[in-house]
Design a protein around this ligand. Structure first.
Ligand code: CUA
Length: 228
């Protein structure tokens, strides 16, 4: 999760989020190089008093500064498309979780396992334990196995919500009357926090998502204890 003064991306917990961070850094590097170059040129131009009386056009330089940005854009567009199609790929999921957005809480269904279902509400600040995270913890957490492909089905019961977990690189809208699908692979154990990210009404800020990522045998234990 994000803690104090963390202005960048969170540490990734999935291979796809890792790739997204690499892409972000790649694009940012290009952006910084362009900004420095253009900044330098503008700065030097500002303090320049000379003009070239005979310079009215320059075919070569105009060719260069038209084609060069197009090539630079290709170096961003192609990796971006690669990531886009990688994110869309579904790789034989071993668990499917359905999450339904409500005003203002999430409910979850593990339809693979005798239809386990539960609601997940934020814990209000006055009921929070000392080790809890304010506005981020919920009463019933999602438990998912790590090192497994997981499919998420997202929908909503009233207005549009968005199921968003930054560390996993997942952001799917829950829309009434639609069923959206995505998948991810959690590569480490831990708690991963997320929040709704569609403006869904007065308590939009108060419907967080918590995933407990556990080893597969712990997940089976948890699922069997809920199956009675
Ligand atoms: Cu649900 Cu914002």
């Amino acid at each position: 999760m994000s803690t104090w003064a963390n202005l960048g991306l969170q540490d990734s917990a999935s291979p796809l989020m890792e790739q997204l961070i690499f892409f972000h850094d790649h694009a940012l590097l290009i952006l910084v190089m362009i900004t420095v170059l253009v900044g330098y040129l503008m700065f030097m131009l500002f303090f320049n008093n000379y003009v070239n009386r005979f310079l009215l056009h320059g075919q070569l330089i105009e060719m260069i500064w038209t084609i060069l940005p197009a090539i630079i854009l290709l170096f961003i567009a192609l990796p971006s498309l690669r990531l886009l199609y990688l994110l869309d790929e579904i790789n034989e999921p071993s668990v499917t979780l359905k999450s339904i957005g409500h005003q203002w809480y999430w409910s979850y269904e593990y339809s693979d396992f005798n239809n386990i279902e539960f609601d997940s509400y934020m814990i209000p600040t006055n009921e929070l334990s000392t080790d809890g995270f304010r506005l981020l913890d919920v009463d019933n957490r999602i438990v998912l196995p790590m090192n497994s492909q997981i499919r998420i089905l997202v929908t909503a019961a009233d207005v549009i919500h968005s199921w968003t977990i930054p560390a996993l690189g997942v952001k799917v809208d829950g829309t009434p009357g639609r069923l959206n699908q995505t998948n991810f692979f959690i590569n480490r154990p831990g708690l991963f926090y997320g929040q709704c990210s569609e403006i869904c009404g007065a308590n939009h800020s108060f419907m967080p998502i918590v995933i407990g990522s556990v080893p597969v045998n712990y997940f089976i234990k948890w699922i069997s204890s809920n199956n009675s």
